[in-house]
Design a protein around this ligand. Structure first.
Ligand SMILES: Nc1nc2c(ncn2[C@@H]2O[C@H](COP(=O)(O)OP(=O)(O)OP(=O)(O)O)[C@@H](O)[C@H]2O)c(=O)[nH]1
Length: 205
């Protein structure tokens, strides 16, 4: 079977840890320094439930000056990681608008997404209580993961969950456009009804 390629976009305010999460997932490295991103893309092959897929991961700019690129990558992205920092209230509230923008641009209410509260190692500085984040994730009908890029906690789990959602959506779309090749009422394989058999049926004893 050919390898499928899926486009993932990592979104969220500046400094929430998008680059660090991406670097941990793709390269298994931790980056201590903060260097605001303009836009970086990475490729990683992974196996999800026995399926070999290639991911194209776009690490986007959190700072306002680069938001002009948003519309384009929202169109091409098939799945989105919505990242905030558990230590920053504003980064949490800013995600609502990003989510709305994605749904509007894609004209789809069921876009694969995952909500991520990053920097879970900074529990003492927590500004968003866990139940608050879970409540939003339930309202948006998407899963919530608390991650720490620093400790590499829950990073793979969040990316893999998103991949699963994308694969399921892709399969559902394919089923919709490709008619079932099997004959009979479910399939579109046979144009004309089978002719009546004149020969008697054979019975195996
Ligand atoms: N303690 C802690 N620090 C983190 C974590 N993830 C990222 N950081 C730090 O937060 C700062 C910003 O991380 P980045 O990954 O560059 O943030 P970003 O969201 O890509 O920022 P922009 O490129 O501006 O959008 C860096 O100094 C990181 O070391 C984490 O899980 N825990």
């Amino acid at each position: 079977m050919s390898q499928r390629e899926y486009h993932i976009v990592v979104l969220g305010s500046g400094g929430v840890g998008k680059s660090c999460l991406t670097a941990q997932f793709v390269q298994n490295v931790w980056i201590e320094s903060y260097d605001p991103t303009i836009e970086d893309s990475y490729r990683k092959a992974i196996d999800v439930d026995g399926r070999h897929v290639m991911l194209e991961i776009l690490d986007t700019a959190g700072t306002e000056q680069f938001t002009a690129m948003r519309e384009l990558y929202m169109k091409t992205g098939q799945g989105f990681l919505l990242v905030f920092s558990i230590t920053s209230q504003s980064s949490f509230y800013e995600l609502a608008e990003l989510r709305e923008q994605i749904r509007r641009i894609k004209e789809d209410d069921n876009v694969p997404m995952v909500l991520i509260g990053n920097k879970s190692d900074l529990e003492d500085d927590r500004a968003i209580p866990r139940p608050r984040a879970f409540a939003i994730s339930r309202e948006w009908n998407i899963p919530y993961f608390e991650t720490s890029a620093r400790r590499r906690a829950n990073v793979d789990e969040a990316f893999v969950d998103l991949c699963r959602q994308i694969i399921m959506k892709d399969q559902a779309n394919r089923r919709r456009v490709q008619p079932d090749p099997r004959p009979g009422p479910r399939g579109g394989g046979r144009k004309h009804p089978r002719k009546h058999r004149s020969r008697p049926k054979c019975t195996i004893l």
